[in-house]
Design a protein around this ligand. Structure first.
Ligand code: PHE
Length: 359
């Protein structure tokens, strides 16, 4: 019995088989247990002979089971370790990496260029009131320029009870809330909160109800504002030229200043940049008009209107300045060759990758 039992234990295939053998030998109804029970019915002489034999058998079986159990457990652990082993020499899967969006990229580039010229970055809210977005910028409620802006208003704010008092005028005005249509309200907020001299740019999102290949309902502008003594148009032109040459990284930038009109600047100039089309890519630079030269309207600018300076509590006799508002998305299109503004905001990774921005 012993030899057979020990052989079975040693060849038990797994822990379950081993447990079955243990129950069959040492369990209540097991073979070894039955032998132990026979000791009670033996004479003392028989018991002296059989007792040690049966106990030795039980010891041997118990020991064999423990030994096999340890071996099976060790083997199981080995197998598990082998299965979970990492081959550190295998090439890793390339994890998809995000990239900076062209608009953010351009905003960063511009902040750097203007920082070199001594401009700080200012911000203002995207949900603006109509005083900062229009009235303070010399666009009174009846002014046709309000209609030109295709403004998104918040309907709940369009009631007469919602009024604000006009600083220094002792009267109130309806205070409609809207999505700012340009970054120019940051001019107002900056002049009202900081003492001149002022030199800031204000990058951010702006909103107009408009959509085609070069217009999206949300787009990005960078406002520039300089307020100091003795500022004139020459400072404006130099600043714009310097920044555009730095941005496009070339000296032969063609700028076209057109006389224009903004209620908050006088005189006003609209600035276009010339570009040539080459295999679907826009190349900004010195091409003549007869060589397929096209212009892209890039920014509005001018000398800050004295009334705007006065609206902010400054004396226009002492302080003058210039301001400009640049379309950031258009700057990105020109530099990186995209031709549909709407794709900027579709979140299509293939589009980003196509223009060198994807992973
Ligand atoms: N705010 C004007 C626009 O969005 C641009 C501008 C800014 C013009 C500053 C003049 C001065 O069209």
């Amino acid at each position: 019995m012993q030899a057979r039992l020990l052989a079975d234990i040693d060849s038990a295939a797994d822990l379950d088989a081993l447990e079955a053998l243990r129950v069959a030998a040492l369990g209540k109804a097991g073979g070894v247990s039955a032998l132990l029970k026979t000791l009670g019915g033996m004479s003392p002489e028989e018991r002296q002979v059989e007792g040690p034999r049966i106990h030795a058998l039980r010891e041997a079986v118990t020991g064999a089971i423990a030994g096999r159990k340890a071996a099976l457990e060790a083997a199981a652990l080995e197998a598990k370790l082998a299965a979970e082993r990492l081959d550190m020499t295998l090439p890793a899967d390339a994890a998809p990496r995000g990239s900076v969006h062209p608009v953010s990229q351009v905003m960063d580039e511009l902040a750097e260029i203007f920082a070199d010229m001594g401009f700080a970055v200012a911000t203002g809210p995207e949900i603006e009131d109509d005083w900062h977005n229009f009235t303070a910028l010399n666009i009174p409620e009846t002014h046709p320029a309000r209609a030109m802006h295709d403004t998104f208003y918040f309907p709940s704010q369009m009631n007469d009870a919602d009024t604000r008092s006009i600083p220094g005028e002792g009267r109130t005005e309806r205070r409609a809330m809207l999505l700012r249509t340009h970054t120019s309200p940051v001019q107002i907020r900056t002049m009202m909160s900081e003492a001149p001299p002022i030199r800031i740019i204000a990058p951010g999102r702006v909103y107009r109800s408009d959509s085609d290949a070069t217009h999206t309902p949300m787009f990005h502008q960078i406002e520039g504002l300089v307020i100091d003594r003795g500022i004139h148009m020459g400072h404006l032109k130099w600043t714009l030229e310097t920044f555009l040459k730095a941005y496009f990284e070339r000296d032969d930038i063609v700028l076209r200043l057109r006389p224009s009109y903004f209620p908050f600047t006088e005189p006003s100039a609209e600035v276009d940049v010339g570009y040539a089309q080459e295999k679907g890519r826009r190349i900004v630079g010195g091409h003549g008009d007869d060589e397929g030269h096209a212009w892209m309207e890039l920014l509005g600018s001018g000398m800050v209107h004295p009334r705007v300076i006065a609206n902010c509590g400054l004396d226009p006799a002492e302080w003058q300045g210039f301001a400009f508002g640049v379309g950031v998305d258009r700057l990105a299109m020109l530099k990186y060759g995209m031709d549909d503004l709407r794709a900027f905001f579709d979140g299509d990774l293939r589009w980003l990758a196509h223009y060198g921005f994807g992973a």
